[in-house]
Design a protein around this ligand. Structure first.
Ligand code: GDP
Length: 401
């Protein structure tokens, strides 16, 4: 059962960029992106009081599945404590398939790190290579999750030595892709190293996973996992719940290895934004300055059927997003008023008064915006370079014969 957290507690954490991480999960189709997301949401979702009430009767995940939220949410916020400190981890939806609409690049711009999920049996596949290349091109730091290890145990009946050998092969392949597509100096710092702990091994379906440092600390051996599978379902469930919970392995890795938004924006802004790097707004974005004019980049526009309004979800690179304020849509060349600002609590949105730079937020009132739009303070109206150039084509005139 995820913790019930109140919106003011989450907002308090979000005010300190060091306690925020913006991430995505990328994978070849069928390697387990959805299953991994579900297991994180079930274990580490922050739930609003309203949902907590609904969840009392049944477990949280089934509530979520009933509502079909995992598939629908543009963002999911997770709560995690690491070494006694609380963190908010924003998990942005990144499309797995290759598309030409810019959606992949757009979502990669929202995140500073990505969990690359690889099926232990299939290994690195063409789409793993494509999404990893795209992530590295946007200076998104990868960490690795080798999934479906249960298949090595149950289907292939591998010994611990053979399992280790398989991991070594996969890590080697991932590192050669980081070497090929990464930029200096990042690619050297970003290589996967099991001893450091930036790779987890496990099973998203069975909800267990660990890194080498976690295994050393808790005294876990691979023969323990094999033994649990030999004993049966209950032993595996116990191992997942009590010894090596997958969400703990993955979210510890995220906090430790994915940079916080301020650290990331310092080296990512020069890469993902093509404006004048000597301008005041460039400096503000590189510092994720909450007191600067606002810069909000929309990644996703979708209709909330409950309130029948368009919701713009995006990342605040500078300033503080507040309701009631007029803003400028750089591509649409239009002025609009932000009507409401909210943050994600698990997959739900809760209304807040303000939300500072470095975070993922949702806004109502930007109906003229399209995904990819750069929304800025009116003082930047004549000078702001957009993150992405969008063509707003006017609706074709339909003539009735
Ligand atoms: P996605 O396409 O990357 O989102 O992959 P899904 O999460 O939908 O998983 C694809 C298939 O692999 C589904 O049938 C899952 O049940 C299965 N799967 C996911 N994780 C595991 C795992 O850890 N072990 C096994 N054996 N199957 C898994």
């Amino acid at each position: 059962m995820p913790r019930v957290k109140f919106v003011h507690e989450i907002l308090q954490i979000m005010r300190n960029p060091e306690q925020v991480r913006n991430i995505g999960i990328i994978a070849h189709v069928d390697h387990g992106k959805t299953t991994t997301t579900d297991s994180l949401l079930a274990a580490a979702g922050i739930i609003s009081r309203k949902v907590a009430g609904e969840a009392l009767a049944m477990d949280f995940l089934s509530v979520e599945q009933q509502r079909g939220i995992t598939v629908k949410a543009a963002n999911i916020s997770l709560y995690h404590e690491y070494q006694g400190k609380p963190y908010v981890i924003n998990l942005v939806d990144t499309p797995g398939h290759v598309d030409f609409s810019g959606k992949v690049t757009r979502s990669l711009r929202m995140i500073d790190g990505a969990i690359v999920v690889v099926d232990a049996v299939e290994g690195v596949m063409p789409q793993t290579e494509t999404v990893l290349r795209q992530a590295l091109e946007e200076r998104v730091r990868p960490i690795l999750f080798i999934n479906k290890v249960d298949r090595l145990i149950k289907e292939l009946k591998y010994t611990p030595q053979q399992i280790m050998q398989r991991f070594v092969e996969i890590i080697k392949e991932v590192n050669s892709l980081i070497e090929l597509y990464g930029e200096a100096p990042y690619k050297d710092q970003w290589k996967i190293d099991p001893k450091k702990g930036n790779v987890a091994f496990g099973s998203a379906r069975d909800k267990w996973g660990f890194t080498v440092p976690m295994a050393e600390k808790k005294g876990i051996k691979f023969s323990d996992v094999i033994e649990a599978y030999n004993k049966g379902k209950e032993a595996v469930e116990e191992f997942a719940a009590k010894v090596a919970p997958l969400h703990e392995a993955l979210l510890d890795m995220v906090v430790k290895f994915i940079p916080d938004p301020r650290t990331a924006q310092r080296y990512r802004i020069p890469k993902i934004w093509r404006g004048d790097m000597n301008s005041e707004i460039a400096k503000a974005m590189m510092e994720a300055d909450p007191n600067a004019p606002v810069v909000f980049v929309v990644a996703d526009m979708r209709l909330d059927p409950k309130i029948r309004r368009l919701v713009a979800t995006g990342r605040i690179f500078a300033g503080t997003l507040r309701p009631g304020v007029e803003v400028w849509l750089v591509n649409a060349k239009k002025k609009q008023r932000i009507l409401q600002v909210s943050i994600y609590m698990g997959p739900d949105r809760e209304v807040v008064d303000e939300i500072p730079a470095g975070n993922i937020a949702a806004a109502l009132g930007l109906d003229e915006a399209r995904a990819g739009e750069t929304v800025v303070d009116l003082s930047l109206k004549d000078t702001m370079a957009p993150f992405e150039r969008l063509r707003y084509v006017s609706e074709p005139v339909v003539t009735v014969a």
